[in-house]
Design a protein around this ligand. Structure first.
Ligand code: NAD
Ligand code: UDX
Length: 473
């Protein structure tokens, strides 16, 4: 049997959508391991420590129960980076890796400044043998950069090493909205590395609740690349279906029927085939653009162009939907009240990063619409942050400008509106009271359902005009 270190103390750098839930589940499954989740964002740490569980920084079904059980037992949220790294046998890196906004690779490559800063902190504060685990999604070969930083920053004055590090890649596959279930019942856990002792130590943590056959080990680069490719594949399915949706609208086919037909093929499978307003979230676009950058870097232009098309179709989908809305509303939405149902990038999360709602709302605002936005979990402040991007548009290009407000109820959003536009698949939008909503709306009224989730027959029976994504109505 391979030897391993029994991990007693973990530090996780980054208390975000991945660091928080991942460590909460490890804390739940391993009550004997003490876990410190650290972050440089003090407000975020305060929110994680808030007595009112409704104030946790992220909304994720089931997360509050795990936090209630483990917080201040063996799970701690703190800004004390030095102390937490010093006492850790294992450090997880769960910091953000967004796309670079300037410099070399801007718009495509990942910005690794937070990863590098964390690696330097580990090098400075770690003691003895520390296993460093890449949890963030990283460009292929980042592990070697991390190793180099760790090794070179901890030479003592006689140029000898006073600490030892092992670096593993352990990408995270959780999806927001189902994070707790994904973490408790993962399809697989991926561990990349060469140090068998370190691999076995990490395996031993997951092995407490994940079947051993589901823990796959491989070399570092395969592990880093597999994470990017898994996301690219998922995103590619969505762009494919969004392209097919447009084809359905033109040909008289129906996207739901096509989805059913192709999903019944066991080689294709029936998951991740839902057409919609375009994929959002912090990962898909970023990870594909990373593949595009990497492919170009290695001179593989055709490969880069192939993956880039997935992102182009996604952008096109958002603009296509905005145009359809304007066209159906007699070619103008200027001064018209439009109710937007859903602003998060998917249901069951308060996350709006890369949400298609942002682009679609911005398009409609540019056309002069008055938007009333309702989302059960997204705050006014977040919507404000997302929609105020005017400084990016040269002032002479702003032809007509609309306005937006946030509604507290669906009825408030619908009142006097010309259209209801469903952008997120929240459960509560599935069974709306169309009789009531129709009576509140201005005539002729419209329903634009970009997720195909509403009871559109009821809406139609109540005199509302219907546009459903992917069918010719
Ligand atoms: P996030 O922005 O929600 O959280 C990252 C946190 O790291 C922030 O709170 C930030 O303040 C903190 N941080 C940055 N530098 C730090 C430092 N030097 N010391 C301490 N804290 C620091 O990001 P996220 O959504 O949790 O994503 C983290 C990584 O996981 C990314 O690489 C992402 O691609 C990957 N990932 C995300 C998801 C997801 O669903 N969000 C899923 C799988 C993988
Ligand atoms: C994704 C991956 O699923 C996850 O494995 C990875 O770890 C992080 O990135 P996430 O972005 O949280 O997770 O959510 P996901 O469920 O993948 O949805 C992403 C976007 O695709 C959302 O905007 C969603 O609405 C959209 N989507 C998803 C579709 O339009 N159709 C589908 O069939 C599925």
């Amino acid at each position: 049997m391979t030897e391993f270190k029994k991990i007693k103390n973990i530090c996780c750098i980054g208390a975000g959508y991945v660091g928080g839930p991942t460590m909460a589940v490890i804390a739940k499954k391993c009550p004997d391991i003490l876990i410190n989740v650290v972050d440089i964002n003090e407000n975020r740490i305060n929110a994680w420590n808030s007595a009112d569980l409704a104030e946790l920084p992220i909304f994720e079904p089931g997360l509050d129960e795990v936090i209630k059980k483990c917080r201040n037992r063996n799970l701690f949220f703190t800004t004390e980076v030095k102390k937490s790294i010093e006492s850790a046998d294992m450090v997880f890196l769960s910091v953000n890796t967004p796309i670079k906004s300037k410099g070399i690779g801007a718009g495509f490559a990942s910005d690794l400044k937070w990863v590098e800063a964390s690696a330097r902190q580990i090098a400075k504060f770690a003691k003895g043998h520390t296993i460093v685990v890449e949890k963030s999604t990283l460009p292929v070969r980042t592990a070697s950069t991390i190793k180099e930083i760790l090794i070179n920053s901890c030479l003592d004055k006689d140029n000898t090493f006073d600490k030892k590090f092992s670096v593993l890649s352990n990408p995270e596959f959780l999806a927001e909205g189902t994070a707790i279930d994904d973490l408790e019942n993962p399809d697989r856990v991926l561990i990349g590395g060469i140090d068998k002792f370190a691999i076995e130590s990490l395996k031993n943590i997951y092995g407490r609740w994940v079947d051993r056959e589901k823990i796959i080990t491989m070399n570092l680069w395969s592990s880093e690349l597999s994470k990017l490719i898994a996301n690219a594949f998922l995103a590619q399915r969505i762009s494919s279906m969004n392209a097919v949706a447009a084809l359905c609208e033109s040909t008289g086919a129906n996207i739901n029927e096509v989805e059913k037909a192709i999903g019944a093929d066991s080689r294709i499978g029936n998951k991740f085939l839902k057409a919609g307003p375009g994929f959002g979230g912090s990962c898909f676009k970023k990870d594909i653009l990373n593949i595009v950058y990497l492919s170009n870097f290695y001179g593989l232009k055709e490969v880069a162009d192939y993956w880039n098309q997935v992102v182009l179709i996604n952008n096109w989908t958002r603009h296509r939907i905005s145009k359809i809305i304007v066209n159906k509303l007699f070619g103008t939405v200027s001064g018209k009240k439009l109710s937007i149902l859903g602003f998060s990038f998917k249901a069951n999360t308060n996350d709006t990063r890369e949400s298609s709602a942002i682009q679609i709302c911005n398009n409609l605002l540019e056309e002069g619409a008055e938007l009333v936005i309702y989302d059960p979990k997204v705050s006014y402040r977040k919507i404000e942050e997302d929609l105020i991007q005017k400084e990016k548009i040269p002032i002479n290009q702003i032809v007509s400008e609309g306005s937006w407000s946030k509604a507290n109820t669906i009825e408030e959003a619908a009142e006097n509106s010309d259209a209801i536009i469903v952008l997120t698949e929240w459960d509560m939008f599935k069974n709306l009271d169309w009789e009531k909503l129709s009576s509140l709306m201005r005539k002729p009224s419209w329903l634009f359902d970009t997720r195909n989730i509403t009871d559109h027959k009821k809406a139609s029976e109540n005199g509302i005009n219907i546009w459903l994504l992917g069918s010719s109505n």
